[in-house]
Design a protein around this ligand. Sequence first.
Ligand code: NAG
Length: 373
Amino acid sequence: MLTVGRSSALVALLLSFLILGAALVDASPQRGNGRNRGGNRGGNRGATRGGTRGGNRGGNANGNAGGNNNNAQPQTAQEQAAQIPGGISQATDGSTILDMTVDINNLPIRFKVSAAAADFTTLTDVTGATQDPNTPGTQGLNVLLHGDGGQSFFDFPNQGVLSNLAGVAVLAPDPNLFWGGGQGLDRTDGVAHAQAVNDLILDVLPQVLSFNSSNVFFTGVSGGALLMSGFFVPAHGANFAGNGVLLNCGALAPQVDVVDAATVGATTRIHFQSTQDELASLQQSIPEAIVAYEQIAADAGLSAAEVNALQTVDNTPNGGHCEFDGRDFVDGIQLIADNFATIMQGGDGEVNGIGNVLTGVVGNEQLVFAGGA
Ligand SMILES: *[C@@H]1O[C@H](CO)[C@@H](O)[C@H](O)[C@H]1NC(C)=O
């Protein structure tokens, strides 16, 4: 098995990519695959969705996904996802998507990277790749962690290169495709999963793509936002100082010690995006996370005005969980992804259909929800 441990030899890593590359040449594109969507929606019934809405989606999709499979019924969301081929395809903006799997700390980590073909390394099979491995580049990354069940990994709403950020999506190494494993707000594998994401970016991606590791932003969706705020930012945020994380429809106060809290608190841009009819458990945990992160910034010496410049929150859309457009889970997430630069990279925060989302957190920690509980 391919192994990319923190201390593994570079030779082994290079060999891994050569083997993978050979296997990926004939793989077909992702989008437009009917089973793809069905399988993902099926997985979407996560603990953070819950309720009848999640149940309905899950029921429909499971039938579709199972029907395409001859003898062996895919048992888990992870097994269903594994039937969707990786490989090389084209992003909506015409750039190239590479979808591959590596082993990191004994976890299977599947990821997608989208960027201009020339920016991939010659270790990959991307036609037109020009870069040597470990060659720093000018573009940054926007790394997305999907919600429970993996739908946003397959949809890849941050695909393409947007405002100098190449889109990356990572699939949770979990049978249910829950980031952090466990269920609900209890993400029992959060430490290991956060470590794997960190190692993917710092150790593996430089073998695949030329990028600027000082310009790496993050997007969390639902369960992915729980992993981001509960585990990744506290444990590894200092490795990506000066950037930020967009937490969609979910947040947790840090579940582990904050490493280099002064740096994380003073430099990490955080936006909490929710909706009026957010899930009940998240109506509790998002305000708790806001209070905790605000405190980290205050402890780092920031004034209220400085905290408000770094940490913002909005839950004005009249929609359910992740329905930021007021209507739909997928379209709502896409809307926020399309507006990443205006929200996270110094834009004015005006999102079409929502209004201005950049409300400072200070004094606005206790979000008012319309219902959904
Ligand atoms: C990398 O990103 C950092 C942070 O945005 C920036 O200051 C630096 O100039 C970038 N480097 C290159 C080569 O673009």
